[in-house]
Design a protein around this ligand. Sequence first.
Ligand SMILES: [Zn+2]
Length: 117
Amino acid sequence: MIQSGSAPNASATVEVERETSGRNHQPEATSDGHVDGNALAGPLSEVFAVDLTTATSRCAHCGCAGPLARLHVYAQAPGFVARCQRCKEVVLRIVHAKDAVWLDMSGTASLAIPTPQ
Ligand SMILES: [Zn+2]
């Protein structure tokens, strides 16, 4: 489900760390097996018409805010589980089933999606 070569929208207004925004960025797993939030670009593009990796989410558990690209994404589950970069609680889950895409954002207090200027 991960699209190779996917990258955040370069015209977005939200700053994303340089090392995670390159056009040929390939998420690399850390020692605990998570990759960065850019891994959500493919699965979320099946649901939303805009690139949400540049959107700013606010964690419902600890209140911290940041680009989705900074979430810690675990793809070893039957879908994608994105955890807060600070408190490690689940922020969102996305599962592609046979005839539906399930999106659980109960761990997201808000989501700010940049609009074109
Ligand atoms: Zn948090």
